[in-house]
Design a protein around this ligand. Structure first.
Ligand code: 5AD
Ligand code: FES
Length: 345
């Protein structure tokens, strides 16, 4: 199977059958081989630099009902909050002083944030921080809304496709949400000119190696600037409360494969990975990732942005996470840098 990894590195491509067999047949030894290659490729393009993104979770209201997610609308136990523009500005100020040059505004699909309200937030950040990138992560919207946000000054958009396969997508989402619509949003975003991030959960309920193979083929086709993946982790107040979490081992393997397939992609080592293993984020970097996304949300709301159980960093101040991250990266020979960290794609 090393041949397939060599082929992947040389050509950036594998067939659906090869992807499936490689994922299914992976071994610890093969993983070591993969990670060494992935680090090499990552060092060629990004050296030992780690880009940081300041995550601002500005609303946990959501009109959707994704079966895996702790802030789904049916979860009546979720303690709902919205940050005011002033609070968002405070997060940016604190983040800027800590060296963040990308702000990620992430939230549930919250109807309170009309296009006008989003534009106001974006324009305010854009004028206050002309040297920073503004990333949005607010789900599926109309093409026109995406265009308006872009015109207001947003640069990037994160929207995980979650799973490419329509049938698998249907098992993770309520009727009315479709894989097709989600993917169309991604093509819209790309066409408008955003730097786009997509991705999927590893080990989500019902996921097969074939599903992951299709996810890889979709990533290849979309060729996004960023790919966010992390293990599925159950949340106790969702229909998937009793399901198994995705594993560290498979998540790391997928990170390595993504680095080889898309050599210059921005690849975060996610909070979910840090949640299933105390050294998860470090191991993600060593498997080929080059981005981390510490939390800038105010401490008093953090525990309420609970997409899954046991999320890390919910009690820590932004400054603590920033320093903690620097220490963690140093410990494995990498440097957190003050930079927008634009994609080379
Ligand atoms: N476990 C892991 N990741 C989750 N997400 C949502 N719920 C969970 C969960 N239970 C991920 C989704 C979403 C991103 C913001 O968080 O992939 O796109
Ligand atoms: Fe938040 Fe370590 S990154 S406490």
């Amino acid at each position: 199977m090393r041949q397939w990894i060599d082929k992947l590195r040389a050509t950036g491509e594998l067939s659906r059958e090869e992807w499936t067999a490689l994922i299914e047949g992976r071994t610890p030894k093969l993983a070591e081989y993969l990670f060494a290659q992935a680090r090499e490729v990552r060092h060629i393009h990004y050296g030992h630099d780690i880009y940081i993104r300041g995550l601002i979770e500005f609303t946990n209201y959501c009109k959707n009902d994704c079966l895996y997610c702790g802030i789904r609308k049916s979860n009546e136990k979720a303690n709902r909050y919205r940050l005011s523009l002033e609070e968002i500005k405070d997060c940016c100020r604190a983040g800027y002083d800590l060296g963040f040059r990308t702000f990620v505004l992430q939230g549930g699909e919250d109807g309170y944030y009309t296009d006008e309200r989003m534009e106001e937030i974006i324009r305010t950040i854009r004028s206050g921080y002309p040297d920073c990138a503004i990333t949005l992560s607010v789900g599926e919207r109309e093409h026109e809304s995406y265009q308006r946000f872009f015109d207001a000054g947003a640069d990037r958009y994160l929207l995980r496709h979650e799973t490419y396969d329509a049938e698998h997508y249907g098992k993770l989402h309520p009727a009315g949400m479709t894989a097709e619509h989600r993917q169309n949003c991604l093509w819209d975003l790309k066409q408008i000119g955003y730097q786009v991030g997509t991705g999927f959960m590893v080990g989500s309920p019902f996921q097969t190696p074939e599903n992951l193979a299709d996810d890889m083929l979709f990533l290849k086709k979309l060729n996004p600037q960023m790919v966010g993946i992390g293990p599925f982790i159950p949340h106790h107040d969702t229909p998937f409360a009793d399901r198994d979490a995705g594993t560290l081992e498979l998540t790391l393997f997928m990170l390595g494969l993504i680095r080889l397939m898309l050599p210059r992609v921005l690849l975060p080592s996610t909070t979910a990975l840090g949640t299933i293993d105390p050294k998860g984020r470090e191991l993600g970097i060593l498997a080929g990732a080059n981005v981390v996304m510490p939390n800038l949300s105010p401490t008093d709301v953090r525990k309420d942005y609970a997409l899954y159980d046991n999320k890390i960093c919910t009690g820590d101040e932004a400054a603590e996470c920033r320093m903690c991250m620097e220490r963690r990266m140093k410990s494995i020979g990498y440097d957190v840098v003050v930079s927008r960290g634009d994609s080379l794609v």
